[in-house]
Design a protein around this ligand. Structure first.
Ligand SMILES: *[C@@H]1O[C@H](CO)[C@@H](O)[C@H](O)[C@H]1NC(C)=O
Ligand SMILES: *[C@@H]1O[C@H](CO)[C@@H](O)[C@H](O)[C@H]1NC(C)=O
Length: 280
């Protein structure tokens, strides 16, 4: 009955998230990645640098191809790159992952003034992220940094070619990057599927038990079957709500933190069912 549909929905969701995750690598971005001495400091500079980079004129098979100036995975270089925009969450800086071939959050680069969610194409708003690079290079290259502050333009000459950069970030590190972003999402989906499945079993069990009681107390049958009808109506609408609620759909895809809310809701609804069963 309903259980089959739930399982099917969960499988579809998992399949979709797999496709989505795998397609987030933008292979053409790697060739556009260049190390720069500094990144734009405001919207105007960002726009100018974007025009200069000309991401729009480069052919690609990515979902989009936008100018970015972000830190690298090791937080010791600033990189200009054309890549799809990424929603960075968790109060961290945006990075370009050479291995993952995409823009993503850098868990090791905390960003105090970032909002909990922001699009990576607005990284210039969070200048503190570029400080990581300055700090990483400060003790070694004091001369270089004073030199670079003298330069007026924000888009400086390319120091590394993209092909030489490809070797700098090992495949192990890049794999780790991808894993660390994907695992919680898959975990969330599976956890919620399990929760929904358990709730469905509880519902089925409650209804079954109810009808068993019916047979024993046959003289109460008419009254109980009436209340059972209303219980079944309720549980069905609750299950429907759980599956169709857009908020829960969102959290299936995005928010690990909302699992607890879902568990809570599921508990509540099964509590209701139980108390209904008891009271009848
Ligand atoms: C950044 O760090 C990585 C790993 O420690 C290192 O291989 C690379 O040379 C560093 N880059 C710079 C510019 O210091
Ligand atoms: C970033 O993308 C959003 C659309 O998601 C757009 O409204 C905004 O203007 C973009 N910002 C920049 C600096 O390009």
């Amino acid at each position: 009955m309903k259980l089959n549909r739930l399982v099917l929905d969960c499988l579809i969701l998992i399949a979709f998230s797999k496709v989505y995750v795998n397609s987030s690598a933008c292979y053409e971005s790697a060739a556009t990645a260049t190390k720069v001495k500094s990144c734009p400091q405001n919207h105007e500079e960002w726009t100018k640098a974007a025009v200069k980079k000309g991401c729009g004129e480069i052919s690609h098979a990515c979902s989009s191809f936008e100018y970015h100036c972000v830190i690298n995975a090791w937080r010791n270089e600033t990189i200009e790159v054309c890549a799809p925009k990424w929603i960075v969450h968790g109060y961290v800086c945006a990075e370009y992952s050479q291995g993952g071939k995409r823009i993503q959050g850098n868990e090791k680069a905390a960003c105090k003034h970032c909002p909990s969610y922001y699009p990576s194409n607005e990284s210039f708003k969070y200048q503190e992220c570029y400080e990581y690079v300055k700090n990483a290079n400060a003790p070694l290259t004091t001369q270089l940094t004073t030199e670079s502050t003298d330069m007026e333009s924000t888009t400086q000459e390319i120091v590394y070619s993209s092909s030489s950069m490809t070797h700098k970030e090992g495949p192990a590190r890049s794999f780790q990057n991808i894993e660390s972003q994907n695992t919680p999402r898959h975990f969330t989906i599976i956890a919620i599927c399990v929760a929904v499945g358990l709730a469905a079993i509880v519902v089925v069990f409650t209804v079954k038990r109810q009808s068993w009681i019916d047979k024993i107390f046959s003289y109460l049958k008419r009254i109980i079957s009436q209340s059972e009808e209303s219980t079944m109506g309720k549980t069905e609408s609750v299950t429907k709500k759980i599956v169709e609620d857009p908020e829960i759909q969102n959290c299936l895809l995005e928010k690990e933190t909302q699992i607890q809310d879902v568990f809570f809701k599921l508990n509540e609804s099964s509590d209701n069912i139980n108390s209904n069963a008891v009271s009848s």
